[in-house]
Every structure is written in structure tokens, then in C-alpha cells.
Design a binder for this molecule. Structure first.
Ligand code: AMP
Length: 117
């Protein structure tokens, strides 16, 4: 069981921001921005590649509601999901990072500029 499934099961605590019957948003333990919130489905999907597209639509509504709730829907935010090894995913339960609270930089140095596609 991943650490996020344990959070959903109530086995370990989280700093909850918003919740409904299908999704949960809580603060990242190691924030990389003034506001850094993780959004997860309660049902287990390893990552976005495995996610149910219909449920993904509901998750988008939840994320939009979250952005309004924390007051960043107008000022803006960044939404990231890391998928698999090359995507840098560490916790194998689908999650989105919502980063906000300041004008975020975008470090392109870690990306290989030579396109292979
Ligand atoms: P990723 O690299 O996309 O899998 O990101 C995993 C994220 O989960 C990291 O930003 C961690 O800081 C965060 N994280 C890990 N454990 C916890 C936890 N117990 N509560 C909140 N955030 C966590």
C-alpha cells in the first residue's frame, strides 16, 4: 500500500485542505512553493497513464473547486503530475501537485533540449 492510500484509509494523518467522496487535497510535506497542495483520487490508480478518463473529468472539477477555495483561481497556479520513472514519480498513487502563491520560475535546464519525437 502506498503512503497516499494509507492517508485515504486514515492510517496516517495529513494536513487536509479539501475533500469529497472521491478526492482528497492535502498539503505537501516538503513544499516547493508558498502553496503546495497534492490532489489524489481516493480510488487507487498508479499514475495518470492508468487513470479512468471519466473520473479524470470529475477530478478536474475538484481541482477547479480547490483553486477557487484557496483563492488562486484568478491569480494562477501550476498543476503537475509526474508519471513513471522518467517523469520522476516517487509515490505510486496518482497525484497532482498544485503550486501557487508566487510567480513561479520555470527551470528548463533539466529537460533535454534535443527532441527525439
Ligand atoms: P512525486 O515525486 O510526484 O511522486 O511527489 C511525491 C510528493 O509527495 C513529494 O512532493 C513529497 O514531498 C510528497 N509527500 C510524501 N509523503 C507525504 C506525506 N506523508 N504527506 C504529504 N506529502 C507527502
Amino acid at each position: 500500500m502506498t503512503i497516499f492510500e494509507k492517508i485515504v484509509a486514515g492510517e496516517i494523518p495529513c494536513n487536509k485542505v479539501l475533500e469529497n467522496e472521491k478526492f482528497l487535497a492535502f498539503r505537501d510535506i516538503n513544499p516547493r512553493a508558498p502553496i503546495h497542495i497534492l490532489i489524489i483520487p481516493k480510488k487507487h490508480f498508479e499514475n495518470i497513464q492508468e487513470m479512468d478518463p471519466a473520473l479524470m473529468g470529475e477530478m478536474l472539477s475538484f481541482i477547479q473547486e480547490l483553486a477557487r477555495f484557496i483563492g488562486v483561481d484568478k491569480s494562477g497556479y501550476r498543476l503537475i503530475t509526474n508519471c513513471g520513472e522518467n517523469g520522476g514519480q516517487e509515490v505510486m498513487h496518482l497525484h497532482f501537485h498544485l503550486l501557487a502563491g508566487s510567480k513561479l520560475g520555470w527551470d528548463r535546464s533539466s529537460a533535454n533540449p534535443q527532441s527525439t519525437f
